[in-house]
Ligand binder design. Sequence first.
Ligand code: IMP
Length: 422
Amino acid sequence: MPVAVVVGTQWGDEGKAKVIDLLAAEHDYVVRYQGGHNAGHTVVVGDQRYALQLVPSGVLYEHVTPVIGNGVVVDLPTLFKEIDELEGRGVSCSRLRVSSLAQLIFPWHQSMDAALENLRGDTKIGTTLKGIGPAYADKTLRVGIRAGEVRNAESFARRIRERAIEANQQLVAVGGEVVDVDAVVDRFAALGRRLLPHLCDTVNLLHDALDTGKRVLLEGAQATFLDVDHGTYPYVTSSNPTAGGASTGSGLGPRLIDRVIGIAKAYTTRVGAGPFPTELMGELGDAIVDIGHEYGTVTGRRRRPGWLDLVMLRHAVRLNSLSEIALTKLDVLDTFDTVKVCTAYRVGGRLLSGYPDDVTTLGEATPEYEEIPGWKTELRKCRNYDQLPEGARRVVELVEQHIGVPVTIIGVGPERDDCVVR
Ligand code: IMP
């Protein structure tokens, strides 16, 4: 079957880009299906490090057509900045295709994101302030501006002006910073002209490609527990990173998808607010953050660290129909005396049977841990499963036992080749 999906199983930053980069080698199209430039996907090739926000990770392969699907919200200034940087480093982006159905982000969305966060006071979501939520809100309200509208320069400019004026009124009401209407219209007219050669009916492009035997990889951003429906609402993003969103956000129906690869980090991190049962506050947490370089690619924020949580992962298997797991960054735990893995939650002494459906219960959950003696050796050189020390293999076995799907890729270092593939 020709379509695979890569989805984050935790709260993002699981190392999806590295796995997508690995899998892109055997695919013809790599498609982003949701989110926007709130994502930060880092790929390391040799001594080169690429930090991508909007351009699909597959761009680094010449044989891949990178596609920004209809489910994405596109910030044109970021897109072209990223394209210029990539091209400046010799990576051609001329093949990039952007869905005409994708929604555009405008400066008023960013102003509104900041204003709404300010209003929340102590109950901030901790968004990336990229305008993601307000842009998806406009899409759902059916007032958003789609990428395809750049085809008619006159009506595109008119629509931007109308929306900017309306948005300014709303911004005044919430104490936000208004935008300079004329400046936005002019700037986006130029950006719209630049978008034209990339603009595409990506739904038909992808279906036609599948009809001729091509293979498509759908690249999720953010992750399962940031999903607006299934995540720890309201501490979530405003799209559906779960596998169902891959169909909606690309126009490829669910029966075309035969492989859903869930990316799980060997520990857990989260940026922004919200409950986190296995969170580690003290020195151990600091060690994970230091060794794993757990600082946001987009915002530079320190990520909150914690142990691997198999209750979450089991739920991620259900929500996404995961066929397999890629367990990333296992090497970050190389130096630990003991590695813990959460296998169940208790609330008020009672064992929970599944992942709770409300954040209050989740906030009260006490994790039950299995403790594994640390392996105290470098995993980085390992290239096959038998070379992994016993403790590392025990982590993999526990994952498989508790969630019922195989671990097919194990990340043992930052570079493209630092993996055990089973
Ligand atoms: P938003 O997507 O900017 O609205 O942010 C909503 C929540 O999702 C915040 O907690 C962010 O920190 C989180 N978030 C958004 N994008 C990412 C990501 O790519 N990785 C990790 N967390 C993210």
